[in-house]
Design a protein around this ligand. Structure first.
Ligand code: NAP
Length: 251
């Protein structure tokens, strides 16, 4: 029987792949058969070793996605080095915390530029290639704050709500051209991004009390959703924001 989840022969590009969720997703895609371009500002040597240990090719591509300047080169280098581009995972992201009354323009711009602007233009650059070849899979990393307001993270909430909207818009434009655009909305995942929350005893307890599974997620908890959205198994799934949250949104 055909394995609908097999990614053999596909090339994936994952941003922010040196650590956390990006590393987990890159490894999951490699274990399902994909070669992976590991894109980011910190070298993803550890992730490359894990991808190669899974028997797949890894290509390191240095890029600072706080501006859109490197976006086209990132796509071109992936095509040159790995011979194709079938799957884009827009994972790189940052967060800045401050009361809305005090929030600075610098913290607004930094988060919007990385989480939303670079994400859109990377979708555009990859999308031109994917629409041209008549197939492709784009997975944007959204958040619980694509659905909820949050507190003290205005630019993050704006960016991740924007990611959900853009995912739907791009799905509308490209679904008929063979390109699936979807998002994964992780719940509370133990990474550098959430280290401050995990270390805050009160917030940690409040978070755990609300998660039906009663635990933080790990990057590997997101791998199945990524393989699904990257594979033929999701060919009729378009513009969906898939929460992988241990039940958080069900509460
Ligand atoms: P993380 O451990 O802090 O990883 C963030 C990744 O993004 C790192 O690889 C980082 O590279 C990269 N990055 C940040 N700014 C960049 C830039 N200017 N150029 C290139 N790469 C850049 O956080 P994470 O938790 O894995 O987060 C990954 C994604 O999941 C983010 O979009 C985040 O918003 C989202 N998310 C996380 C959670 C969670 O609970 N952890 C929940 C919902 C959504 P450096 O190491 O070089 O900084």
């Amino acid at each position: 029987m055909t394995n609908l989840f097999d990614l053999s022969g596909r090339v994936a590009l994952v941003t922010g792949a040196n650590t956390g969720i990006g590393q987990g997703l890159a490894v999951a895609l490699a274990e399902a058969g994909a070669d992976v371009a590991l894109v980011g500002r910190s070298a993803a040597d550890e992730t490359a070793a894990l991808v190669r240990a899974a028997g797949r090719r890894a290509q390191l591509i240095g890029a600072d996605l706080s501006t859109i300047e490197p976006v086209q080169a990132v796509v071109d280098r992936t095509l040159d080095a790995l011979g194709g581009l079938d799957i884009l995972v827009n994972n790189a992201g940052i967060i800045r915390r401050a009361d809305a009354l005090d929030f600075s323009e610098a913290d607004w711009d930094a988060v919007i530029d990385t989480n939303l602007k670079s994400l859109f233009f990377l979708c555009q650059a990859a999308g031109r290639h994917m629409v041209g070849q008549g197939k492709g899979k784009i997975i944007n990393i959204a958040s619980m704050l694509s659905f909820q307001g949050g507190v003290r993270v205005p630019s993050y909430t704006a960016s991740k709500s924007g990611v959900a909207g853009l995912t739907r818009l791009l799905a509308n434009e490209w679904a008929a051209k063979g390109v699936n655009v979807n998002a994964i909305a992780p719940g509370y995942i133990a990474t550098n991004n959430t280290a401050a929350l995990q270390a805050d005893e009160t917030r940690n307890r409040q978070i755990l009390e609300r998660i039906p599974t009663g635990r933080w997620g790990s990057p590997s908890d997101l791998g199945g959703a990524a393989v699904f959205l990257a594979s033929s198994a999701s060919d009729y799934v378009n513009g969906h924001i898939l929460a992988v949250d241990g039940g958080w949104l069900a509460r």
